[in-house]
Ligand binder design. Structure first.
Ligand SMILES: [Fe+2]
Ligand SMILES: [Fe+2]
Ligand SMILES: [Fe+2]
Ligand SMILES: [Fe+2]
Length: 328
């Protein structure tokens, strides 16, 4: 038997999950916003600044993925301890300039370090050595993130005050109305939902697979199923991350603001069959929504968004059929 736990202890670990999901979304959206910031660089500094923006943009994407892996590692541990991993995220703070990104990053990483020091101590008290080791490893990585963000806190790029001289919208941009952004943001919300759902299920499936080994009679088939589902979800998760990146990048480039709330709410389920059914539904939702976006983009003459969603919808269809293959 693994270490014993208490509800408070599991809650503490789930708090860590919530903030890992938060920062993963925070950094991915900041990464997506970088292109937009680059266009506002003042001409004299363009070479120096562009190099900095590119470096930070790349780093943000890398750590966004690393944070989601942290979330996954903690979720897996929660399932092993007999708990249920949360799909709720803390609120991300994005910002409007590179220095704001850095300040928000420093704040988030400092919060992580404080929380994880507490968890390391608690895990020690519970004789839960495995959890302690997981958090010691994560702690080291959060410290690296903190140092990295600290380098850019004083970067001079505070956004200018937008005075009365603000440029009126050019004719061609009038197609990008609020309701259009709201529609595009439904896609962002769906991608976030899928990312959280698939990550959680991936870890839960890997736990189910171990537990099933204890009941030899039903071993072969059901064991395979949990393993297959777990393996299936990983590459699909990476593609949803990619979709989130591309869709939010498009929204920011059009001067919109991307959402960070999942919609529909992620649903995990209890068994590998549940996962498949729920994921099948999630892909169906995305396909229907993205077809609607393609139509709307076509109507407005926004061919770039239309092409983007045509590519994405064909990948969602692949996901749909992959899940479909395993459903009875
Ligand atoms: Fe993390
Ligand atoms: Fe971090
Ligand atoms: Fe997607
Ligand atoms: Fe998908």
């Amino acid at each position: 038997m693994a270490a014993k736990t208490t509800p408070e202890y599991l809650e503490l670990l789930n708090h860590a999950v919530s903030r890992e999901i938060q920062v993963s979304l925070q950094y991915m959206l900041q990464h997506a916003k970088m292109e937009k910031l680059i266009r506002k660089i003042i001409p004299e500094n363009i070479l120096l600044d562009k190099t900095t923006y590119d470096a930070v943009g790349k780093f943000l994407r890398e750590i966004a993925i690393q944070e989601m892996k942290h979330a996954a590692a903690i979720e897996e541990r929660i399932y092993y301890l007999g708990g249920s991993a949360t799909t709720k995220a803390d609120k991300p703070y994005i910002g409007n300039s590179l220095s704001e990104f850095a300040k928000n990053g420093v704040k988030a990483e400092e919060e992580a370090l404080t929380l994880y020091r507490k968890i390391i101590v608690e895990a020690g008290k519970m004789d839960d050595w495995e959890t302690r080791e997981i958090f010691e490893k994560i702690y080291g990585e959060e410290e690296q993130h903190l140092f990295k963000f600290q380098e850019y806190v004083n970067f001079q790029d505070e956004p200018e005050e937008s005075g009365p001289l603000a440029v009126p919208l050019s004719e061609w941009r009038k197609i990008f109305t609020d309701d259009y952004f709201a529609l595009l943001n439904k896609a962002v919300a769906a991608e976030i939902s899928a990312i959280i759902q698939y990550t959680n299920q991936h870890e839960k499936a890997s736990f189910l697979r171990l537990r099933i080994k204890n009941t030899p009679l039903e071993v072969v088939k059901e064991t395979n199923k949990a393993k297959v589902v777990s393996d299936l979800l990983k590459p699909i998760f990476m593609m949803e991350m990619d979709h989130l990146e591309k869709i939010s990048e498009r929204i920011y480039l059009l001067e919109g603001e991307a959402t960070y709330n999942p919609d529909p709410l992620p649903k995990v389920g209890e068994t590998a069959d549940d996962f498949l059914k729920l994921d099948h539904e999630a892909e169906n939702y995305a396909i229907v929504l993205y077809r609607q976006i393609i139509n709307e983009a076509m109507k407005r003459g926004d061919s770039k968004t239309r092409r983007l969603f045509e590519d994405i919808v064909s990948q969602e269809e692949d996901h749909y059929w992959t899940f479909d293959d395993y459903l009875r």
